[in-house]
Design a protein around this ligand. Sequence first.
Ligand code: ZN
Length: 86
Amino acid sequence: MENSVCEICDHDLGFRCGMQNSCYGNVESISDCDDFDYMDDSDDDDGEEPIDVTEPIECPNCGEDAYWDGSCYVCENDNCNWCGTL
Ligand SMILES: [Zn+2]
């Protein structure tokens, strides 16, 4: 099934579809299967590491630690209050 997206689907059991879809091995596009899910490829290090938002950065304004608050970095220095992204 070289051209099938089933081989990159999370429901691929290697010989049949984990969702019991009869189209196993014949799905050429991810839009052709309602149950398609990209398999968890956490073993695959291709350089697309998500940013570790728990790590503080150095505030470019005052040099104190700035922590990610979900939308931007916020400096922990109350006298600075820098907020932004790098
Ligand atoms: Zn600061």
